[in-house]
Design a protein around this ligand. Structure first.
Ligand SMILES: O=C[C@H](O)[C@@H](O)CC(=O)C(=O)O
Ligand SMILES: [Zn+2]
Length: 279
């Protein structure tokens, strides 16, 4: 498990491109038949990528979280950004298609991942797990792609028309900390989360997917008064500390999994600012 310690906004102006990417961009989560994990000390969120190809891949525990099994004192939300696959949780198997979401509650002991058709059009399943510490056990619950609470946002005239699906949230699948969903840009729209915001109560991670291989998302980060950018490829994640803007524009349309954890779960508890104040 890779350790990434928390940073403060004063650190940002001195960082060059390589350091920004090393701290806030996760490039290689999905490797054939492997489990890759990044521990971000921002709200103690762990990001995990699993890409089962030839075999079933079990979720191990990690020395860094000092627990007998991964979900001993954690919960997590999982979205499949690849081809159809299954997730087995203590003997129950969930059929998880592209864009569908499984919440796994604290106490789940044996969790494993399988691709249903790794040679298919969408390739092997790619399971993206966002985990945070949990104080109690909520039931493991599956949500089919598109069956969350839907918000239609933006306008094609400003190139930010998008459909947001909330899967794990206050009025949907319950959790201790993790709030999670998927946003899909409409064809011809390129901007996500513009106008942008921060939320000092929660960190947030974005995993961009369904982006063509030769396209990129220019992802903005930093305090609104001092922004930087990351150039992000398909199936790469960005870590956004509570003090950071998180908004991007693609060179093609795309989707992304957004996930948050921290002080509260209130989706609308955001700190907005006019775009004219950004620097
Ligand atoms: O705090 C909420 C998150 O930044 C995202 O849900 C925003 C988003 O998906 C969008 O505007 O497209
Ligand atoms: Zn946000």
């Amino acid at each position: 498990m890779e350790q990434r310690y928390a940073t403060s906004p004063e650190h940002l102006p001195g960082m060059g491109t390589a350091e920004l990417r090393r701290r806030y961009l996760v490039e290689n989560l999905f490797v054939d038949d492997e489990v890759n994990a990044v521990y971000t000390h921002h709200d103690r969120v762990v990001l995990v990528g699993v890409r089962p190809v030839t075999t079933t891949v079990a979720l191990p525990t990690f020395p860094e979280i000092r627990s007998e099994y991964f979900f001993a004192h954690r919960e997590g939300g999982i979205v499949n950004v690849g081809g159809r696959g299954t997730i087995s949780v203590d003997g129950t198997t969930y059929d998880v298609g592209h864009g569908s979401c499984l919440y796994v509650g604290r106490g789940a002991t044996d969790v494993s991942f399988t691709s249903s058709d790794s040679g298919g059009e969408q390739g092997p399943a790619r399971f993206y797990l966002v985990s945070a510490p949990a104080h109690t056990a909520y039931p493991t619950t599956f949500v089919e792609a598109g069956q969350g609470a839907v918000r239609e946002l933006g306008d094609p005239l400003t190139s930010n028309r998008r459909t947001l699906n909330q899967y794990i949230h206050e009025n949907g699948v319950r959790s201790c900390q993790v709030v999670m969903g998927v946003t899909t840009l409409h064809p011809g729209s390129m901007w996500n989360t513009m106008p942008a915001h921060t939320h000092d109560r929660r960190m947030e991670a974005y995993l961009y997917f369904d982006l063509p291989d030769d396209a990129r998302v220019i992802h903005l980060m930093g305090e609104p008064s001092e922004t930087r950018h990351l150039v992000v490829g398909n199936e790469q994640a960005t870590i956004s500390p509570s003090w950071s803007v998180h908004s991007g524009v693609g060179t093609a349309s795309y989707s992304f999994v957004w996930a948050m954890a921290g002080e509260n779960q209130s989706f609308d508890d955001m700190d907005g600012f006019p775009v004219t104040e950004m620097r």
